[in-house]
Design a protein. Structure first.
Length: 274
């Protein structure tokens, strides 16, 4: 039997070969022999909403393959402020860089919905990588993808000085990728609270509420319950681009020495977020 029901009304797959949600991501697209080998060392677990898979500063125990559901990845600053780095979708591997490097987790992973997670212990996974070149190459691909994503996010936040620019960028990203992992769509299901959205772009909750209302009044977006529809993506792109241009012009006015220090800081942050 390929699927069963968990206490959280989540359909669990006990085999990847017959999983209805197979995708082209790392774990799903391995060749059948390799996939069966990885399956044999996996522990299938169902988690309810708001469960922590691992926390910032914790030693890595292994990798977490997200088969179903969505997971919030966040960090906490020294003064207690939370920044949501991104929302992981089904098919992703969580805790990969910490597992490979053997270093403490630099972020917290918390479920946003009921999730199926296949856990693989660190020692088993590292042995698996040493024995399988294809799996090792796929890990290198995912780590490279995570690094590029971190650089884009840092650039987006750094070059959008206003809340409007940051929020426009975020909504456009959600529209292009599909907020629920279903591909490009103008209809986005808002599963994050305004507080969580504010934590993604570094502004206050009140600013999110006010800016969404402004976009709605200008008919850039429409909100119906938990659904947000992007009515005019071109205008949102104009808002985002205008803020990037303004920020770039301001950057030209910064002394070269200060700019070098700032760029160094962004580079260090990008490395830390891997």
């Amino acid at each position: 039997m390929a699927a069963s029901r968990s206490p959280y009304n989540l359909e669990l797959s006990d085999t990847c070969m017959n999983c209805r949600n197979r995708s082209e991501d790392f774990f799903c697209s391995l060749n059948p022999g390799t996939l069966r080998g990885l399956e044999a060392m996996s522990f299938i677990t169902a988690y309810p909403e708001e469960s922590a898979l691992f926390v910032e500063g914790q030693a890595p125990r292994g990798i977490y393959v997200l088969c179903r559901g969505r997971v919030k990845l966040s960090v906490v600053s020294a003064d207690g402020k939370t920044l949501i780095l991104r929302i992981a979708q089904a098919g992703e591997i969580l805790g990969l860089s910490s597992c490979v490097l053997g270093k403490m987790h630099e972020m917290t992973a918390e479920t946003l919905s009921p999730c199926q997670v296949n856990f693989v212990r660190r020692e088993d996974f590292l042995r698996f990588l040493k024995e399988d070149p294809e799996a090792c190459f796929r890990v290198a691909e995912q780590l490279s993808s995570e690094y590029q994503s971190a650089c884009r996010e840092i650039g987006s936040l750094g070059f959008s000085r206003s809340a409007e620019g940051k929020l426009a960028n975020m909504l456009l990203d959600w529209m292009r990728s599909g907020a629920n992992g279903n591909g490009a769509t103008r209809i986005i299901k808002l599963t994050l609270t305004h507080e969580e959205m504010s934590q993604m772009i570094g502004v206050s909750r009140e600013t999110i509420t006010r800016t969404l209302a402004k976009f709605k009044a200008k008919k850039y977006i429409a909100i119906n319950g938990s659904s947000l529809t992007v009515l005019n993506p071109r205008e949102l792109e104009t808002v985002a681009e205008t803020n990037r241009v303004t920020a770039a012009m301001q950057e030209e006015e910064i002394p070269s020495e200060s700019r070098r220090v700032g760029n160094k800081g962004l580079t260090q942050l990008a490395v830390a977020m891997r």
